[in-house]
Write a protein that binds this ligand. Structure first.
Ligand code: AMP
Length: 214
């Protein structure tokens, strides 16, 4: 099964992707993760992407399209994949359609995780990620993480560079302008399933599971 998670920054795409991988064993294709790794390794791609990411702007379409095309051809994508954070523009969505056609693959479902904007700002600025195991936490709803230590593995909890109040506001505007039109794009293709992302991660996952098993 090949699925895509669509939603604003902070809607819970990464959290749900982790749950889906645990239960369904799909390949995780997160352009944000690929770009953050490139930034951390100071590769030419990372250095070029960082200026856009630090401002909360999108990395140019051609760059991310190239990354995803290559990633889709890796062996683990054969058993099915989750696209998380890609596509983010209509240009990317069109390119994805072409790339999948060339590879003889299809997209089975697009899950749109919907959360009110006011809740997103709070979620993003409260987000912390474990440096060691990658688990995502929220320091407000999970006060046990306020010490900065991962309750799962004891690793250090870090705040993403782009989860500051200033950058978050721009990222939400970019989402509204460039990515939200994809909701209608995939609805028109008959692929869209909307879920209420304001609930607990487990409640949201239960809906996603029904969609995937549906
Ligand atoms: P994310 O982890 O998905 O929130 O992505 C973090 C940042 O990486 C975004 O704010 C963008 O700067 C960049 N990025 C991730 N995915 C894409 C994409 N599909 N198109 C353009 N930029 C992206």
């Amino acid at each position: 099964m090949n699925i895509m998670l669509l939603g604003a920054p902070g809607a819970g795409k990464g959290t749900q992707a982790a749950k889906i991988i645990e239960d369904f064993g799909l390949a995780h294709i997160s352009t944000g993760d690929i770009l953050r790794t490139a930034v951390a390794n100071k590769t030419p791609l990372g250095l070029a992407a960082k200026t856009h990411m630090d401002k909360g702007d999108l990395v140019p379409d051609m760059v991310v399209i190239g990354l995803v095309k290559a990633r889709l051809q890796e062996p683990d994508a054969e058993q099915g994949f989750i696209l998380d954070g890609f596509p983010r523009t209509v240009v990317q969505a069109d390119a994805l359609g072409v790339a999948l056609g060339e590879l003889g693959k299809t997209l089975d479902a697009v899950v749109s995780i919907e959360v009110a904007k006011s809740a997103l700002i709070e979620r993003l600025t409260a987000r912390r990620t474990c440096k060691q195991c990658g688990t995502i936490f929220n320091v407000i709803s999970q006060p046990e993480t306020a010490s900065g230590v991962c309750p799962e593995c004891g690793g250090e909890l870090l705040q993403r560079d782009d989860d500051t109040v200033e950058t978050v506001t721009n990222r939400l505007e970019v989402y509204e302008r460039s990515t939200a039109p994809l909701i209608a794009y995939y609805r028109d293709k008959g692929l869209l399933h909307a879920v209420d992302g304001s609930r607990s991660a487990d409640a949201v996952f239960s809906d996603i599971r029904s969609i995937m098993e549906g």
